[in-house]
Design a protein around this ligand. Structure first.
Ligand code: ADP
Ligand code: ADP
Length: 237
């Protein structure tokens, strides 16, 4: 069974066709890279799949059910919201400045997961923070008291909190230093193996994509121009 099936996806902004007839699939436990120049449509595809914006046309099927028809502004009430999470390139996109790191990570759990007790919630938040290499003493801080890399880790901890089945990562490692990148890359690999997490990993860094993704799609001006096993796509000529 497929985790995600994207069929004939289009997104038109005023005069720009940002996404132009894109189709691909993702299986549970599979890792798919999305690469392309700046402006090629990577972020738009990420936001379409997570249903933060509406497509102009096309089908998005998650776990056998179409999710394209629900307008983006209603999607936060859809049952799939907890199963599909996104890590934004700019971590401040997912962090409310008035929320501590703890409350940011707890937010999707409180809204979507209804854990049995405050202690269970705290345990889950601390586990997610630890898996992202975020020290516990930082959980009481607010975004303006955290470095860029620390905020990025809060954003990733938030995204894995509900144990999503599909994670979309939009250039997640840009703000992370190399040692933290390694922690995150290992985390993703563990979740893929343990929980069958499927992920779409957006990056302009071909080395990271080759290491992180079994398959890769190359975009140009909103269209898929190449796709295949990462090893074959990036093999030395
Ligand atoms: P990438 O993530 O690969 O840099 P984007 O998906 O951000 O690409 O952008 C794809 C194209 O869509 C670009 O030409 C960009 O200028 C345009 N675009 C993105 N978002 C908007 C928007 N909200 N309004 C109008 N044009 C947009
Ligand atoms: P609320 O509606 O209670 O503010 P939401 O979870 O809908 O909570 O969104 C809060 C903020 O998090 C918004 O700025 C939104 O852009 C961002 N966001 C929405 N969905 C996700 C997600 N799946 N992962 C990370 N951040 C998200």
């Amino acid at each position: 069974p497929l985790l995600l099936e994207v069929q004939g996806l289009f997104k038109q902004y005023a005069r720009t066709r940002a996404v132009d007839d894109v189709s691909f699939t993702l299986e549970p436990g599979e890792s798919l890279g999305l690469v392309g120049e700046s402006g090629s449509g990577k972020s738009t595809i990420s936001r379409l799949i997570c249903r933060l914006i509406d497509a102009t046309a096309g089908e998005i099927i998650f776990d056998g059910q179409s999710i394209a028809a629900t307008p983006a502004r209603h999607f936060h009430k859809a049952p799939q919201r907890r199963d599909i999470q996104i890590v934004f390139q700019d971590p401040t996109d997912s962090l409310n400045p008035r929320f501590s790191a703890f409350d940011s990570i707890a937010h999707p759990l409180r809204r979507l997961d209804r854990l049995p007790s405050e202690a269970a919630l705290r345990a889950r938040v601390e586990e997610c923070a630890e898996r992202c290499g975020l020290p516990r003493e930082l959980l009481d801080r607010f975004p303006h008291q955290l470095s860029g890399g620390q905020k990025a880790r809060v954003g990733i901890a938030r995204a894995i909190a509900t144990r999503p089945r599909l994670l979309v990562l939009d250039e997640p490692t840009a703000a992370l230093d190399v040692s933290v990148q390694a922690v995150i890359l290992k985390l993703l690999d563990d979740l893929r193996r343990e929980d069958g997490l499927g992920y779409l990993f957006v990056s302009h860094d071909l080395n990271v994509v080759r290491m992180m993704c079994e398959r890769t799609i190359v975009l140009r001006q909103g269209r898929i121009v190449e796709q295949g096993p990462s090893a074959a796509l990036f093999a030395a000529p």
